[in-house]
Write a protein that binds this ligand. Structure first.
Ligand code: PLP
Length: 390
């Protein structure tokens, strides 16, 4: 059976090898601690689960939902934007419900990219941006995120010929995998750049409510002119521990939202309405849960950073996300370090090159295991890897 070229060109699943090694180790009785997957380990808050149960019993919800989402869910998105960022959205034209933000991130490329078009993709980054672009036959152009630039893309380094050909730019702050955040200056410059070159900005804000020490990540849509040039992807997944529920949204420019809704109506049939009601409960209900969830990650972050710094690293504490992005010690590649840590300690860390070529030389730790296991992981690394050099 001959696969289509678009499928053949997909890069091999970089984590497959690691997963195989983990399975083998587990079957041999190794006590594996996985700091690899960014999937929240704590349960969804009770009031959200309660709403799902209640609405699952209502037979009206058992029928096909609208592919662009219930108006009441989109109103909840608008309520959240007003409440959290002071941003006004028209729920009918400026918001669309997504089957998790990943779905919209993948589909947006199909709305705007033709073969040969250029999409600007951050590297390291969430792989779906580049994959969506590749599947349309477009050319991904890499925007390196480096420590020198505090992991912000250097817009001045994009050649103007490339910028002229580019139709979409993906941006993600707070950032996976680097944990970096963006400031007002960056967003203002980004909007001016997008206007100059007529580029649609797709800002991925999946981590916008996971932040520490009083820091509150802004929305891209807060900045003047943002709605003229782009959209923001949001998600209930990380803010409310709802990765399995599959609910998110895109909000912003009405033309782009309409195009995304149009492609969705031809491909999917939306999100189970009971889940949308649960999403409404999340976005319009008490928000203390997002602070409680952030506090859990803050405590785990401190264990990891303090532990690694005591072994020779000199890491700053990230102000947001559920990740810590760490350079590998001297003499290692991302893969060789991740493999050595796993072989010697049973602790899984993700090699940075899994997120793009500029991720080489780093590894990512996901803060998604309980504090006691974090401490155990750090103790094993200290005992078996010891003091490191750079
Ligand atoms: N964007 C980023 C940067 C992510 O890390 C993830 C998931 O890990 C997503 C988007 C997708 O989130 P979801 O589809 O669960 O909304």
């Amino acid at each position: 059976m001959e696969e289509a070229k678009r499928i053949k060109q997909l890069p091999p699943y970089l984590f497959a090898r690691i997963e195989k090694t983990i399975e083998k180790a587990k079957s041999e009785g190794v006590d594996v601690i996985s700091l690899g997957i960014g999937d929240p380990d704590r349960p969804t808050p009770e009031h959200i689960i309660g709403k799902l149960c209640e609405q699952a019993h209502n037979s009206v919800n058992h029928r096909y939902p609208s592919s662009v989402g219930m108006v009441s869910f989109r109103q909840a998105v608008a309520f959240y934007y007003k409440n959290r960022f002071g941003v006004e959205l028209d729920p009918k034209t400026e918001a669309v419900t997504l089957i998790g933000s990943k779905e919209g991130i993948a589909h947006i490329s199909f709305c705007y990219l033709d073969p040969g078009d250029v999409a600007l993709i951050p590297d390291p980054g969430y792989p779906v941006y580049g994959i969506g672009a590749l599947l349309t036959g477009a050319q991904p152009y890499t925007m390196p995120l480096t420590a020198k630039n505090r992991f912000l893309p250097d817009l001045d380094a994009i050649p103007s010929d490339t910028a002229k050909k580019a139709k979409l730019m993906f941006i993600n702050f707070p950032n996976n995998p680097t944990g970096a955040i963006a400031n007002d200056g960056f967003y203002k410059k980004l909007i001016a750049f997008a206007k100059e070159y007529d580029i649609i900005v797709c800002h991925d804000a999946a981590y916008q409510d996971i932040a520490f020490g009083g820091y509150r990540p802004p929305s891209f849509l807060e900045y003047p002119g943002a709605k003229e040039v782009g959209i923001e992807f949001g998600s209930c997944s990380k803010s409310y521990n709802m990765t399995g529920w599959r609910i998110g949204w895109a909000a912003g420019n009405p033309q782009v939202i309409e195009a995304l809704g149009r492609i969705k109506s031809n491909i999917d049939s939306g999100v189970f309405q009971a889940v949308q009601y649960a999403g409404i409960a999340a976005l319009t209900g008490p928000q203390d849960c997002t602070f409680d969830i952030s506090e859990v990650y803050r405590e785990r972050r401190d264990i990891i950073i303090d532990g690694l710094n005591s072994m020779g690293w000199s890491l700053e504490k990230p102000q947001a996300t559920i990740y810590v992005w760490v350079p590998v010690p001297k003499g290692y590649t991302s893969i060789s370090f991740a493999e050595e840590v796993f072989q010697k300690t049973g602790v899984v860390i993700t090699p940075g090159n899994g997120y793009g070529e500029y991720g080489e030389g780093y590894f990512r730790i996901a803060l998604t295991v309980e504090k006691e296991r974090m401490i155990e992981a750090i103790n094993r690394i200290r005992e078996k890897i010891g003091h490191v050099q750079f």
